[in-house]
Design a protein around this ligand. Structure first.
Ligand SMILES: *Cc1c(COP(=O)(O)O)cnc(C)c1O
Length: 392
């Protein structure tokens, strides 16, 4: 690859061994290094459009429980995002949900290994192949994770994307796109050649834009949670003011040396996370929630996640745990409500009203984990369980 524009970098020497390892475990042809996963997604979408059959209004099917960057990058690449519902107990999208969003305009499908959970992707890959649809694996939350058959995430789809940015497994900055076949590499080279060069915003501008984008997202999720406004109204507002944020999506890699070093420490880091997840599990078993346990099979715990049985008190419960000094997040929301509310996803909304994510990263130790578990148990005593939710 000879390009170094629009957020794409030729392989820095120091990343050669990481690149070789990723290509080996995914059986891929090439890796493109970028500043973030959103950039990798943008190029994955462009390559998908290049290799699939022309349609007047190309669409990509995304999981409804997702990160907004996945849909924003699609809009930038001129793909209309459509949203597939998810399994109410894992938040992972299934083939049946994807099938429900299929149209003759579908050109690509994104599967997200949400919170480090994985799934057998072979039936989905077969279904996509039969329709000349490109399958993209989003490994942002699942770096190093194993699929049910023991192979690595990224080993099934046509392309995969990685994030090494803040809040992900390696937090050193950067992203990557893995392309499985030489055909995709050629398609991408063509796209890179024809794409106009865009300049990146300076650090000050991007910090402010990121802050604005994050705050806007939080504000919209809170508003949507209240059900005081119909989803199309919120979506209209969001779509009308999102343009300035497009500056954020095409970014180039800044510190490959930090990533190369962090990559070497990944196995140790994942093991430490795993041990913290183990503590959470032993402390939280039997509480008024369902514990997500996909991390046991995939061996990667991005966040330790629970689905509470008291959705109506989710916000005050999270606030109480935060007041005790612990990180908890409940910011997942069906992305379709902001981008395309016609794609109603009831399971995704039920999931978003119950999900609590706990941190297991390097910044905290097992004492923190134990104390956080204690806080969760104390604070849920006062949560009035309004709905008996049965889990399979
Ligand atoms: C964070 C995230 C992204 C975007 O990653 P960036 O590197 O910040 O662009 C994409 N997909 C998922 C599932 C994510 O969690």
């Amino acid at each position: 690859m000879i390009f170094q524009k629009n957020g794409v970098t030729i392989t820095p020497l120091i990343l050669r061994s990481m690149e070789d390892a990723l290509l080996k475990e995914t059986d891929g042809s090439a890796i493109l290094w970028c500043g973030r996963a959103a950039t990798a997604l943008f190029w994955a979408y462009r390559a998908s459009l290049n290799v699939t059959t022309e349609t007047p209004q190309p669409e990509v099917i995304l999981p409804s429980i997702s990160c907004a960057a996945v849909a924003n990058a699609a809009l930038l690449a001129r793909l209309k995002p459509r949203f597939a519902d998810v399994d109410a107990h894992t938040g992972l999208t299934l083939l049946k949900h994807i099938k429900a969003r299929y149209t003759r305009h579908t050109r690509a499908v994104v599967f997200i290994h949400l919170f480090g959970q994985t799934a057998d992707l072979k039936p989905l890959a077969e279904w996509c192949r039969a329709r000349n649809i490109i399958l993209i694996e989003d490994n942002a939350q699942a770096l190093g994770a194993k699929l049910p058959d023991g192979k690595s995430v990224g080993s099934v789809a046509d392309m995969s994307i990685y994030s090494f940015n803040r809040t992900k497994l390696l937090e050193c900055g950067g992203g990557a796109l893995m392309l499985r076949s030489k055909e995709f590499v050629q398609a991408l080279e063509q796209e890179l050649r024809t794409c106009p060069i865009t300049s990146e915003p300076d650090d000050e501008t991007s910090s402010l834009l990121e802050l604005s984008s994050r705050n806007l997202h939080h504000a919209l999720v809170a508003l949507a949670r209240l059900r005081l406004q119909p989803a199309p109204k919120i979506s209209d507002l969001f779509l009308r003011i999102r343009a300035p944020f497009e500056k954020l999506y095409l970014r180039s890699m800044k510190n490959p040396d930090v990533l190369a070093k962090a990559w070497q420490e990944l196995p140790t880091l994942l093991e430490k996370r795993y041990r913290k997840a183990d503590i959470y599990e032993s402390r939280l078993a039997g509480g008024p929630w369902k514990l997500l346990n996909g991390w046991k099979e995939s061996r990667v715990c991005w966040r330790y996640s629970l689905l509470v049985h008291f959705p109506d008190q989710l916000v005050s419960f999270s606030e109480a745990v935060r007041r005790d000094g612990f990180h908890v997040s409940n910011l997942y929301w069906p992305a379709g409500q902001f981008f395309f509310p016609e794609d109603v996803c009831p399971n995704a909304e039920a999931f978003a009203r119950r999900i609590v994510n706990l941190w297991v990263d390097n910044s905290l130790d097992s004492k923190y984990v134990n104390e956080c578990a204690e806080s969760l148990l104390n604070n849920c005593k006062y949560s009035h369980i309004t709905e008996a939710i049965s889990d399979p």
